[in-house]
Ligand binder design. Sequence first.
Ligand code: ACO
Length: 322
Amino acid sequence: MIYTKIKGTGSYVPKRFLTNDDLAQIVDTNDEWIRTRTGIEKRHIVTDEYTIDLAEQAALEALESSHVAKEDIDLVIVATVTPDHYFPGIAQLLQKRLGLKTVTAFDINAACSGFLYALQIADKMIKSGAFHNALIVGAETLTRLTDWSDRNTCVLFGDAAGAMVIGTSDYDSIRTVITGSDGDDNSYLICDNVDLKDPYTNEKSTQDHIHMNGREVFKFATRIMPQMVRDLLEMNKMSIDDLDYIVAHQANLRIIDKAARDLNFSMDKMYVNINEYGNTSAASVPLAIDEAIRKGHLKRGDQFVTVAFGGGFTWGGALITY
Ligand code: ACO
């Protein structure tokens, strides 16, 4: 039986940030509304950096903390809905920048659950025996898709990257990963690709922005997050009291709070950094895990669950003995 574990983590956010008061200069909103409805106080945004730049910084930090040599990384997966190109993927650009040699490298899109999907894939590819050490990254520049005149969405998102090196282990650390999806044919959470083109007129392509039905997404999120935690606990014959921490996707503090109350789990043990960064999509979970480790909240031997949900709809969770 091959086991896997987290060998190192890293994260990066751009320097520039917008406070709620800054946003109130741009759209009809205010600090009080944003803080009480979402928990967000500021969000970091890119001005002269791209998704690959954020991914590179987070990956360098994860590699350094993992003590895994570059030549021993044989798999790179990047979860993103904001790649810099249709092709090549961020994973290939990252391979080049980091000077990684023989690797299998690819991007995936599962919206805000993307990092959990990357973890699922990398974990199973290593457990199959075909790969040994994977660099997995969630990197987003979601503010490129933000409509800065839509107060329903523009207050929510920020830019960031988080990374993790996982590899073979002598104990069962990444114990269970679950993922799921349910086609959102109501377009509750959607950002369109460029439209089809008439070759005779060849009009210029225009980029769509994020559209969201907040209430429907809220309902879905508050149902799926506690359900995933319960499923993971049941699969491992554990109870909620066995968990030291829950690191949830940072989409809305009220969603995290409701999940904690449903699970009868202390909010003190739910990791929260949404106030600092807003919703950073696929970067949210690895950024939060990296911070929780670096700040000493998550320690070796701790049992924690991480869960995410996102557009698609998609969801994913993992139970890990760190
Ligand atoms: N500032 C001030 N007022 C606002 C703002 C704003 N930024 N945004 C909306 N409002 C107004 C609305 O217009 C509405 O006014 P009205 O009553 O006059 O019509 C009022 O506030 C209430 O709006 P609601 O949408 O009911 O507010 P709600 O309490 O549901 O909060 C929110 C909205 C924060 C979006 C919430 O529904 C939510 O967090 N949903 C989940 C979103 C989410 O998790 N998205 C990420 C998914 S992950 C991914 O894949 C990207």
